[in-house]
Design a protein around this ligand. Sequence first.
Ligand SMILES: [Zn+2]
Length: 100
Amino acid sequence: MPSGRPSKRHPKSGAEHVPLDLERALGGRRSEDAPDGTWTVQRVKGSDKTFRCPGCQQVIGPHLAHVVAWASDGLLGPTSALEDRRHWHRACWDARGRRR
Ligand SMILES: [Zn+2]
């Protein structure tokens, strides 16, 4: 018997709400806590473009699987942080947290 009870629960996550289209486009994301904040990390298969990895300053070549990361607690909000996302080699991203 249907009632007016909402089926969705939102456990205190209003601050990192991302529009549904974006979430769908970005499937496979996960959050990682790091000393410098919380990052949203997504594995990507690569594209036609090349990117500069901020970890090693080397180029990430076309069609090379890598990760894209952006601050999910960015000061200007997740959408702005998303526009400022960075492309990393997977190994460089993994090594990032261990470096001091
Ligand atoms: Zn790198």
